[in-house]
Design a protein. Sequence first.
Length: 489
Amino acid sequence: MTNLFGVQDGGFYGDEGPIAACATALAESALALVRVSGRGCVDLISGCFSRPEALRGAAGNSVVYGWIVDGGRRIDEVLINVYRAPKSYTGEDGMDISCHGGLAAGRAVLQTLYKHGFRPALRGEFSFRSFLNGKIDLTRAEAVLEMVSAKSDKGLGRAVSRLSGVLEQEIRQINKLFLDSLTEIELLLDYSELDGVSADDEALPGRAAVEAALSRLLRLERSYRAEKLYRDGALAVIAGKPNAGKSSLFNLLLREERSIISEIPGTTRDWIEGWISIEGIPVRLADTAGLRESEDALERLGMERSFGLLDEADLVILVLDGASGGDEVMAAAEDFMKARKGASVLPVWNKADLAPPPHGVEHFCAANFCAANFCAANFCAANFCAISAKTGDGLNLLYERIARILEKTAGTAAPDPAGPALGSGRQKTLIDTAISCAENALAMHDEGLPADLIAPSLREAVNCLGEITGEVSSHDILESMFNRFCVGK
Ligand SMILES: Nc1nc2c(ncn2[C@@H]2O[C@H](COP(=O)(O)OP(=O)(O)OP(=O)(O)O)[C@@H](O)[C@H]2O)c(=O)[nH]1
Ligand SMILES: [Mg+2]
């Protein structure tokens, strides 16, 4: 049979043949889950199951106990969840086989299934079948992918919102606005033909609908930066002079003794990094070598690497040694800000347990630095944050400041978590094109062009939105998308 991609073979996306894969990691664990789906899968498993009749007679959404067997040999003691089409993830008959965890058991069960007529599932093939059978649209399929790779609670929450169809509904509603406008244009054109009225004399039918669609598209487009921040995270680099307490702060934020801390200046050479979550934002945090004039070749190499990271940083956490005195701290901050103009910098007054910052340090900062006219955008917006990396005092304020600056840099302040938002670069590209189409249509109308010349732009917008949900999609786009899933999903 020819499958969806025109291939005369069972082993490709789009056929309905029986497939099997391990849905959990093949590693030491209590349980492993082997998932199967496709035409005839219940009969095939019955051929290697200790209680074939119980399995064949099992209703959908029921559990059957028994052994996977190969000839006379027992392979594993399992529980099988049976699903009957269309009430399953894929929309086909399917089963989830709970077997013993670990490398050997899952593999042995899979090998037995392959011997009995299953083929290994391709990446994302279960989700692909779910899409083909109309169980999920493409935005929901992408949300599945996001859930698997979510790094924080907020990232997960947003993926769940897309999985529940919030984005899909918004896209369909916007699409309807374009379609309403197109219907009105077509009516006008038909009417013009009949009555000899020129279409160019008329106002653009459904202009208000196109304007409403455009404003909703622009809202979606803006949502993407926030989504990217919560999904992919940001790079925050801890920098400052040697001995300022950078590694102490790094360890404190990471909650583990990862970096070496010592009173000897120049302790950290190579940069070290780890992931943390700050108010739901995944943050890749890096500790770097202290910045100073040095003759030591290794230390200089370390500093060069620090500079490389600073160039990439979304935020620099500039650690200043409060114990060195107010003038010294301000001079160090000023030097850094001058050297890194335009960077997003959060100055941190460390060692506040030894030397608390002067009263009203925020005002102090504004007075000194804005007047100096080099830090208006970043520095004063952030202000000093006083902490002690030794006692942990001031940490909550630091978390809050980091989150606000990252949100500000991403151009989003606390986006509505329940509202529709884009979740992938693919969706963003298509939304951008739909926006251009809507803008073109309105501009053409402003120039007085007739409705029949404007209609193609609106049709293109409709196509873009259809591609987002998957109503309009070429096979290679689908294949490349589902290829990014893990096997078993
Ligand atoms: N009292 C006090 N001591 C601190 C604080 N933060 C760091 N220290 C001490 O300052 C010294 C230097 O700390 P590190 O964290 O190694 O400093 P660093 O900036 O990473 O130094 P380099 O890696 O050499 O660039 C250590 O002796 C720390 O215990 C603080 O908030 N209070
Ligand atoms: Mg260090």
